[in-house]
Design a protein around this ligand. Sequence first.
Ligand code: UT7
Length: 405
Amino acid sequence: MVTHNSDLPASPTATYAHIVGWGMAVPETVLTNQELEAIVETNDEWIRTRTGIHERRIAGERESTASLGLKAARKALQISNLLPTDIDLIIVATSTPENIFPSTASLIQHWLGATKAGAFDLSAACSGFVYGVDMASQAIRSGSIQVAVVIGAETMSRVMDWQDRGTCILFGDGAGAVVLKASPIQGGVLSSVLRSDGSGGDLLGIPTVGSADLRNPDFAVNGHKMHKMFMNGGEVFKFATRVIGESIDQALDKADLNIQDVALIVPHQANQRIIQAAARSLKVEPDLFMSNLDRYGNTSAASIPIALCEAVQQGRIKPDDHVAFVGFGGGLTWASMVIKWTGNKVVESSGPGFLTPQRRQFSYLLARWRADLRRISRQISQFVNNLRPGRSRIQRLQDKLDRLD
Ligand code: UT7
């Protein structure tokens, strides 16, 4: 049972959605600018001065969008003191899902053992994480759910055209996650602004299965390669610098705050020059913006939660601070959000947080075994049913397992 600290104002009627857990996961493999010089015609100096990026992480053979997302979600759950079975909803914002379906969110739900959760993927490119937090917080505030996990996870290296120096130098892989929880304490997600302008859909994207006739392997949409990312960098740059300040102002207006009330802005990590231009347009110092793109590049939907985790680790966000998120990218889409950071201050340590790391690990394993057992029993059941018609013992075992949920 989760209770609340008495020094925080509680509302008798309203429900608020607080971020009570956060976690990130990046692959170990580092790809430096110097190493990129051997792949495309570029150089370290150009990349540093034009983008601010020094290196990025690249997923290994056994890593994927879901495996990175799972790691980030587990860390976020641990901080929140909640268990996978407490989760009502999992949203994965990604442009590099494991499959068209099943969703990456469903895979993570299964691996986590979140047996009571709904799960779906959300496609809003680099704005996806902010869209996801907004969707989850609305569901919490309406009373429809209590706990949600929102993950931004990407393996951008798999959709890069490694001959296109205009894109492949920018992107990297990684994942970040937050746990949102209902609470009567005022704060958490205060406001958000979600926008789209589909007329700019030709400026960046990744053509995939629904695009056109896939029987031709050389098929390209408007000259763009199938399953590879394309971008008109200059136009996206102009769009980004225009919308960041504008949408942060709109989200602040909605929350009845102004820019002086903001302790930190956590922007999508695309280009240091975009951050500098946004700071100029908001008339604030660039260090009001969190920036870690020098080490990770642009990790699309994962960049905001990764930067958020590092900001918390570095002590740049403290309880009661107002923090703004701003995402922008393919769609075109953009989104801003203002939160009042409570951290896990609203979670008391008398809940499942009493679990030691070993017991927590064991509970994950147990959930995973149960889920695997369900899959195996389903497969055996299908096999036996194929051999002999009628209701088998295996089928009854399957029914029992289903009833356990
Ligand atoms: O997450 C989605 C959102 N995406 C973004 O926000 C990306 C926004 N766009 C950008 O960050 C920048 O537009 C880029 C970093 C992609 C490009 O920077 P730029 O300052 O707009 O460069 P540019 O495309 O105007 O190119 C300038 C010059 C060109 O050479 P010339 O024509 O002046 O001789 C390019 O061919 O730089 C050249 N160039 C490069 N040189 C070395 C372009 N890419 C590279 C490269 N290495 N990788």
